[in-house]
Write a protein that binds this ligand. Sequence first.
Ligand code: RM4
Ligand code: MN
Ligand code: MN
Length: 406
Amino acid sequence: MEKNKKWIENGLKNLKEEFGEEKVNKAVDSVKKFEVEIPSWTLGPFGGGRFGNYTPPGYAKNIEQKLDDAAFINKLTGATSYISTHILWDFSKDGLEGDYEIAKRVKVLCEERGLKLGTINPTYFLTGSEKGSFTSPSSETRKRYIRQTILGGKIAKELGNGMMNLWFPDGSLYPGQIDLKTAYMRMKDTLLESSSSIPKDVTIFIEYKVFEPGTYSTTIPDWGTSYLLAKTVGKNAGVLIDLGHHHHGTNIEQIVATLIAEKMRCGFHFNTRYAADDDHAVEPNQELARIFYELVKGDVVISEKGKRWAYMIDQASGRENRIHALLHSVDSLQISLAKAILVDTERIEELREKDEIIPANRIFNDAILNADVRPIVAQARLEKGLPVDPVKAYIESGYQKEIDKR
Ligand code: RM4
Ligand code: MN
Ligand code: MN
């Protein structure tokens, strides 16, 4: 069905009847303001692996092309002007050391396209990292990564948005392979050594991941370990939650609630997972809407009080068209945000008082599961002069035909 003005008007009317005018207007306003960073690597040749080396037609072959695609995505979404980069993928000549001059050039390329350099990711998992990065037994290797991290801090402050994200592949495949306590202490010491040379107004997010590439152990496996390390680094450090980095069934929204309660500044990497760290495009599902409910309640999405967390899409799965996938992800995030805002928390509180467990759950799910919030998202786009359906607009734009020639 054509998502025309009438469809939007009728949809909004129904939503206002059920959830009230104020909530619906707030949801439209929040969707208009919501911003999320796009990772440069999704647009490149990432993917492949043991089972073939497929890359979808039109993938970006260099940083200019990545930024061209990102600029087109931003034109369609109006929500993705910051581009997150990986030092050794985007700012390096040899895949071993970062290069400040390349970063400077990329910043200019961003500006030429109406984009901005977002979160800087030191890359700890390419050549020479098989025995770990910050926990490597080789002090030469550790020094090389410390250099890259300090450079990342300088780039983040002078060229970026003052944010860095650290994800380490360190860990082990078999019990007995490494000493777990030594690995943790090396991680902590190397982190402290690096961060002491990073300007204090750069926020350093520390990402955890329960498995992969380590299958027996990873040195930062969970939010608790990230939290301990962030506290050790100091006020300018935070925890990075990536949806795909947990065991199945982990209650991620509870982690979010706890970190908000502890006033920890955090970042969130969005994607969808079915098996492991699949890095699929973000889908609008209940888990994501529940996560957004905690983020909204904690006032860390569009905060007037400067409490905003850092949000990024972190996806790079192999088969689908990259631009469709990123546009779809932005759409799914906006849908989840709108649902979260519609939840009638006051009514739920009243029901809690009376210990009405199932009715409280039903009220929660009226918004999180059952509401069709697409008219809210569409209205937000109309008010910003954007296409109502970005994926459809992309398909009709002819851009893909152009990049297929790359
Ligand atoms: C890791 C982690 C990092 C990302 C790399 C590419 O699994 O999610 O955030 O930068 O992948
Ligand atoms: Mn991530
Ligand atoms: Mn990941």
